[in-house]
Design a protein around this ligand. Structure first.
Ligand code: ATP
Ligand code: MG
Length: 274
């Protein structure tokens, strides 16, 4: 058997962590605290302050994939002991929104505030964006609620929607060295054998930490991937021929000129001697 299904009656809904198998690296090493994130300095600073004194507000985390937007929203919710309402983009229609926001008018279960996380907000329907306009206005804003939207790009979002959110950019572009050190640490903790090319993993992942962890996970299972030297692109066949022809023509003309000069010198010398 691949993994143990201890105490799971067959056919019952699977409870998370009820199976005994190792976690994916991206999950295992997902930062749980705001301070644990690599890079994203402005986000860490702003959210640590907000967590110390939270107030109803709406935020938009935007930036490339695998830079920690969703993880940061979850870490923030954990920091304030908030009640999380997670809305994936495919479900972000007016009906779903109304349902979630209605719950936010009641006191949060056990926690301090409601934290509504809307992932891939740029994919939400236009009517859903419009519906949010009134909910994010002071008159319709549910009490004790923080909205966090995440997206890769703000270009698909309504300007009126954008102007109702505080925006924080997520990027790991300047943190390649930190990502490399992080991968190195994980490799050691996971007792990886061999030496992966960490710098190469970071570069080929384009600073997408999720991608980098996926690559590292494959290396842990299959052994470090050998990166071959880059193959140089061959020059087009025609170019050298043309160059050669031009070169030959030049050589010919240079040769003829030299011969002419030599003949003139010889003739001048002969006249002088006569
Ligand atoms: N800044 C970071 N510091 C540490 N780990 C990170 C960071 N960013 C991403 N990760 C790792 O990558 C995984 C994926 O991150 P996350 O899902 O938060 O990215 P995202 O920005 O929401 O991506 P997407 O735009 O694709 O939704 C996390 O589980 C975590 O392991
Ligand atoms: Mg995300």
């Amino acid at each position: 058997m691949l993994f143990s299904a201890a105490s799971q009656p067959s056919g019952a809904p699977v409870k998370s962590n009820s199976f005994n198998f190792p976690e994916a690296l991206a999950e295992k090493y997902r930062p749980k605290k705001i301070s644990e994130f690599i890079g994203v300095t402005r986000a860490k600073k702003a959210l640590a302050k907000l967590a110390a004194a939270p107030y109803p507000s709406s935020w938009l985390f935007y930036g490339p994939p695998g830079t920690g937007k969703t993880s940061m929203a979850l870490a923030f919710a954990a920091a304030i002991n908030g009640e999380i309402h997670h809305v994936p983009s495919q479900k972000c229609n007016v009906e779903e929104l109304d349902k979630v926001v209605k719950q936010c008018w009641y006191a949060p279960h056990g926690g301090t505030l409601h934290v509504v996380i809307v992932d891939e907000a740029d994919k939400m329907s236009f009517p859903a964006q419009l519906a949010f306009l009134s909910k994010l206005d002071a008159t319709g804003f549910p009490p004790a609620t923080i909205f966090i939207f995440t997206c890769n790009s703000t270009s698909g979002l309504e300007p009126r929607f954008l102007s109702r959110t505080r925006q924080i950019e997520f990027s790991l572009a300047d943190f390649a060295a930190d990502i490399e050190a992080f991968l190195r640490k994980i490799w050691k903790l996971e007792k990886g054998e061999g030496k992966p090319n960490f710098a190469r993993i970071v570069a080929s992942s384009q600073n997408n930490l999720r991608d980098a962890l996926m690559k590292l996970e494959t290396d842990l299972l299959a052994g470090p991937e050998e990166y071959k030297e880059e193959v140089k692109v061959a020059k087009p066949v025609l170019a050298p021929v043309l160059v050669k022809r031009v070169h030959r023509r030049e050589t010919c003309s240079v040769g003829r000129a030299a011969a002419l000069k030599a003949w003139e010198t010889r003739r001048a010398n002969a006249r002088k001697a006569a």
